[in-house]
Design a protein around this ligand. Structure first.
Ligand SMILES: Nc1ncnc2c1ncn2[C@@H]1O[C@H](COP(=O)(O)OP(=O)(O)OP(=O)(O)O)[C@@H](O)[C@H]1O
Ligand SMILES: [Mg+2]
Length: 449
């Protein structure tokens, strides 16, 4: 009898689409050189074909909704939208050494239910060492160094945990596939199987994934489409704090952040992040001001620093940490054209202190004023906070949730605020800050300098 040869397909590592032949450029996502070969084996991997009945919406609504399980960390619960939802599949990404395994271990200890930690990346002893350092001693936690997909699933069936941690998906393999762990076909297949297990058994599966140089989770984007929630852990070697963000959440709002500080005993929640970000604040020095940022539903005050100096080389430099580079160039153009401050021959450096990244245009006014303050060598009053989106004509546009931001500023002892006229209302007046509502950058400058 003729031997059945495995069928060869080509899988895109960027979008996860597959094709019967090879292309230099992926026809779906137009990425170059992302297609790699994978073999579809004819071996059946012993799975029974299960058909699922359809149900009426009314019968589903009559049922109790899935329960939320607290992770024991308030910061993590907030990012998840109130806790882990049973039967959900999560993906946690982050750069090497940022603390993904640490967070996962804290969650295992915190949920106070049966958890199963698959540490394919480290031996059980190494995880044990970390658990000792973090002071985690949970009877409900099972560990395994298994890296074979079917092996892991049979462990899950035997242990019946409420939470499974897969550390990391790049080291798990399905031996039925003819490719290495971490390859697009393995990631796709393993992700699909974990999805089936989580939905069928109602177990929460948290997959840890490595990130690429660009900071996105390595592997097909499809992995992100498959899961219910995508979390990213960010941090900087220079700082102790770590920020947990949700990039996608089917059961909660995105853009919430959780803030932790990392030390020898692991991750600790930061209850008042504004205090932490303003701890080493420079006062009465030209080039700094305070911006009341809003991360999700949570206000965080950050110090904006700018340094404007004469450019020594032909092309002036623009450098920014924590804010969009192109937006900074636009703000510098507004400063030059509308306010007459020459920026074309100046180097401009802007930093949001503490490593926070802000993509809200409400930060425009504070960045613009910090740069102007440095250029004119005039300090901004230390008791003032400022915010507003700046338009191309130099107008200051309204921002969202002004009340929350200003209440936080009041709590931290600030006295005045420069806000867009469009966002001003009666409730703002009652906060107890002296409010200057402005229509343009020009108005704001008259108050500040
Ligand atoms: N004794 C210690 N004292 C303080 N901090 C420590 C100590 N040991 C480890 N850490 C911190 O823990 C971090 C490693 O955490 P963890 O192993 O959870 O990261 P990870 O994201 O899982 O890394 P990987 O990508 O390698 O899996 C280190 O970068 C360091 O900041
Ligand atoms: Mg790890």
């Amino acid at each position: 009898m003729a031997k059945i040869r495995p069928k060869i397909h080509f899988l895109c590592s960027a979008c996860g689409d597959d094709f019967p032949k090879w292309y230099g450029q992926c026809p779906s996502c137009k990425e170059w050189g992302s297609l790699s070969e994978y073999k579809i084996s004819h071996k059946k991997n012993g799975r029974k074909l299960e058909t699922r009945e359809s149900r009426s919406l009314a019968s589903i609504l009559a049922q109790e909704p899935g329960t939320r399980i607290s992770t024991g960390l308030k910061e993590a619960d907030r990012v998840l939208g109130g806790g882990l939802l049973s039967g959900s599949l999560l993906l946690l990404g982050g750069s090497p050494g940022v603390g993904k395994s640490t967070l996962a271990l804290h969650i295992c200890a915190g949920i106070d239910r049966k958890a199963f930690y698959v540490s394919a990346e480290e031996s059980e002893e190494q995880v044990g060492l970390r658990a000792r350092r973090l002071n985690v001693n949970s009877e409900h936690l099972h560990l395994s160094g298994e890296n074979e997909l079917d092996g892991i699933i049979s462990h899950i069936e035997r242990i019946c945990p409420d939470l499974v941690i897969i550390d990391s998906i790049q080291t798990i393999m399905n031996s039925g596939l003819d490719s290495l762990p971490g390859s697009p076909s393995q990631l796709r297949d393993c992700g699909q199987r974990f999805l089936e297990v989580s939905k069928q058994k109602g177990v929460i599966i948290m997959i840890i994934g490595h990130v690429t140089k660009e900071g996105i989770i390595a592997g097909p984007k499809m992995l992100e489409h498959m899961v219910d929630t995508v979390l990213y852990m960010e941090g900087d070697d220079r700082y102790d704090h770590r920020i947990l963000r949700s990039a996608k959440n089917r059961f909660g709002a995105t853009h919430e952040v959780g803030i932790f500080s990392m030390n020898e005993e692991g991750l600790k929640e930061v209850i008042n992040p504004s205090e932490m970000f303003l701890a080493e604040r420079s006062k009465e020095i030209p080039g700094t001001c305070i911006y009341p940022s809003l991360e999700g539903t949570r206000p965080i005050l950050v110090e904006v620093q700018a340094l404007v100096s004469n450019a020594n080389f032909g092309t002036p430099q623009r450098n920014v940490n924590g804010f969009d580079f192109r937006r900074l160039s636009m703000l510098m153009a507004v400063l030059e054209k509308r306010m007459g401050i020459v920026m074309g021959t100046k180097d401009v450096f802007v930093n949001l202190v503490g490593g926070l990244r802000v993509d809200d245009p409400a930060a425009d006014l504070s960045i613009l004023c910090a740069a102007a303050s440095s250029a004119m060598d005039k300090a901004i009053d230390e008791n003032i906070v400022l915010l507003g989106e700046v338009g191309l004509t130099g107008e200051v546009r309204s921002v969202s949730r002004l009340e929350y931001r200003l209440t936080e500023a009041k709590t931290l002892g600030f006295k005045e605020a420069i806000v867009p006229k469009g966002s001003f209302n009666e409730r703002i007046k009652k906060i107890g800050l002296k409010i200057h509502s402005v229509r343009s950058v020009n108005n704001a400058f008259k108050i500040l300098f």
